[in-house]
Design a protein around this ligand. Structure first.
Ligand SMILES: Cc1cc2nc3c(=O)[nH]c(=O)nc-3n(C[C@H](O)[C@H](O)[C@H](O)COP(=O)(O)OP(=O)(O)OC[C@H]3O[C@@H](n4cnc5c(N)ncnc54)[C@H](O)[C@@H]3O)c2cc1C
Length: 540
């Protein structure tokens, strides 16, 4: 293929940078163009869920992300609702954000803002071969048969230049100009609040007391929104979604008055102290909506992150699902670019991620309506699904997961995983080469077969499948390469002693045999070929 760079990413914020890291992990260099002069200056996303941290773990930056998180927050805080910070507590959604999900993953939910996280991603992306150009804007994107031509303009003047990329990923945010130019329709719930985020300084130590609160929803008589505070409790932000006046009349058009006096009044009201000194640092206006793109691809251009789905912060799903878009797409691009997979594999990005984006967006919307604004109407709301299932328990269905349609479950509780095709391969603690690991650590770069303890013959079948398709397949057998101290791996994967699963480089189960198969090799070759979007070769 004739191009200057295999992948060009438009937008170098949370999703663009994460995707550059994931591509680099698979050996694919990328060019990231970002309009801003550097990484995030506003905190925005802070709850990084277990699945996103697992992705960072696989690419080797989990510890750096944990360190960045520890610099910013005392971890394992609670999510509560209050009338005001110093006033009555109403509800505790989580006593500790990791309570009850400790066994789901080797990785914990972390609290780290985009200010803390993005520099870690930037450094990792550079280390792994990406080039990030700040103060650079993509001004046009034209598709050709063999490449995409992108015109890049330096923000500070200087000549425009043309870059030819094999593929483009538009991670250009909620108002994605690329998505609009491609004419991709948006579905879901349009703007339901003209919200503001007020960044302020105030000493809230007395009001916080000895509580460790990560997110504080405020349902005051006159104001609804949420707080987050810095680790020293001397600063924070308040999101205001709606207000009510003395007569009880509600307004969701908060952005119409962002004067310092009004902002100070909001902050004092939500803190529950009318006298507390407050200094406003910045105010940002944004539209709360819950929308998702009908399609995620047009030819060689893919959309990811907020460009593909934008949701209210309730649930903390938005940035995370963008990270998972990038994680799904990166290995597919890597495999297609060097010919290990057929071009059709790229169609599975939309088939797999679009429904998950829609589901996650509806879940965030249901939380918004139920927690913050029931007046939006509760009749047609998608029923709430547990957070862990939204974060980790979603299912992929596409031609690359040939047997996922055997049953119609679209999500499961990852606390009792099934190992069915289309779901994320379950986490269990194991010992590999004498080292304590997670089953998650077995997957991440190559396809892998994990066989039950009596499934030695799957090793031959995996090797045969790998040779037939010219794609190396890692092979593990429970009780041999993988010691299973809890004795639960075979059941969690649904493979018993004789079966096996084929797991993709993104840690999702592509195919499963629950029992020994009379035509093991043929079956596995067929499954691997389908997972790679390649014709099935014949095997001896
Ligand atoms: C108050 C608040 C709290 C939130 N809390 C959470 C949370 O706890 N957890 C969570 O997961 N999510 C949360 N979110 C959502 C999260 O912030 C977003 O989902 C996330 O930032 C999306 O990242 P992105 O990279 O897709 O888009 P953006 O962060 O919007 O980045 C897009 C980037 O593209 C650049 N760009 C656009 N066009 C061009 C162009 N033509 N050329 C070059 N560059 C371009 C922009 O400059 C921008 O930097 C929250 C959001 C808000 C507002």
């Amino acid at each position: 293929m004739d191009h200057d760079v295999p992948v060009l990413i438009v937008g170098g914020s949370l999703v663009g940078l994460s995707t550059a890291v994931f591509l680099g992990h698979h050996g694919v260099p990328s060019l990231v163009v970002e309009r801003h002069r550097g990484t995030a200056i506003h905190p925005r996303a802070a709850l990084v869920n277990q699945r996103a941290v697992e992705a960072y773990r696989v690419v080797g930056i989990e510890e750096e992300v944990e360190a960045a998180a520890a610099r910013e927050f005392v971890q394992n805080g609670a999510i509560v609702s209050v009338e005001s910070l110093g006033g009555t507590e109403l509800d505790w959604y989580f006593r500790n954000i990791n309570e009850g999900v400790e066994d789901v993953s080797p990785s914990a939910r972390l609290f780290v803002t985009q200010i803390g996280l993005e520099p870690v991603l930037l450094e990792a992306a550079n280390r792994l071969g990406a080039r990030i150009e700040h103060a650079s804007e993509a001004v046009s994107v034209e598709q050709g048969d063999e490449s995409v031509t992108v015109v890049v303009r330096p923000r500070d003047g200087g000549p425009e230049r043309t870059v030819r990329a094999g593929y483009v990923i538009a991670a250009d945010g909620a108002r994605s100009a690329i998505r609009e130019r491609l004419g991709i329709p948006i579905l879901g719930h349009g703007s339901f609040s003209d919200s503001i985020t007020i960044y302020f300084r105030a000493d809230v130590r007395r009001l916080m007391g000895d509580r460790n609160l990560s997110v504080i929803y405020v349902f005051g008589p006159r104001l609804q929104g949420f707080f987050r505070f810095s680790i020293d409790l001397q600063a924070g932000f308040l999101v205001v979604n709606s207000t009510s006046d003395e007569t009880g009349t509600r307004s969701v058009r908060i952005g119409e008055d962002m004067s310092p006096e009004t902002c100070i009044r909001y902050v004092r009201e939500a803190l529950g102290d009318p006298e507390i000194p407050v200094e406003i640092e910045d105010v940002q206006r944004w539209s709360a909506s819950a929308e998702y793109a009908e399609r995620l691809r047009e030819g060689r251009v893919f959309i990811a992150g907020d460009a593909a789905h934008v949701m209210p912060p309730t649930g903390g799903f938005g940035g995370n699902s963008g990270i998972e878009d990038g994680y799904n797409l990166a290995w597919k691009l890597a495999y297609v670019l060097d010919g290990r997979a057929g071009e059709e594999l790229l169609a599975t990005y939309e088939a797999e991620r679009q429904p998950v984006g829609a589901f996650t967006t509806e879940q965030a919307y249901s939380r918004y309506v139920l927690r913050l604004d029931p007046t939006l109407g509760t009749d047609d709301l998608m029923p709430l699904v547990d957070e862990a299932a939204v974060e980790i328990g979603y299912r992929y269905r596409s031609s690359a997961v040939p047997t996922a349609s055997e049953d119609d479950a679209t999500w499961e509780d990852p606390r009792s995983p099934s190992g069915r095709p289309g779901f994320r391969a379950p986490h269990l603690p194991v010992t590999v080469g004498g080292v304590e690991r997670s089953t998650i650590d077995l997957f991440g770069r190559r396809f892998a077969v994990l066989a039950g303890s009596a499934g030695e013959s799957w090793r031959d079948a995996a090797q045969a499948a790998g040779s037939a398709l010219g794609v190396p397949v890692d092979t593990y057998r429970v009780g041999d390469d993988v010691i299973d101290p809890s004795g639960r791996v075979e059941a969690a994967y649904g493979i018993g002693r004789d079966g096996a699963v084929l797991v993709r480089p993104d840690g999702f189960v592509a195919w499963r045999a629950t029992a020994p198969h009379p035509a093991q090799r043929t079956e596995l070759v067929g499954a691997l070929a389908a997972a790679l979007a390649r014709p099935t070769p014949s095997v001896a």
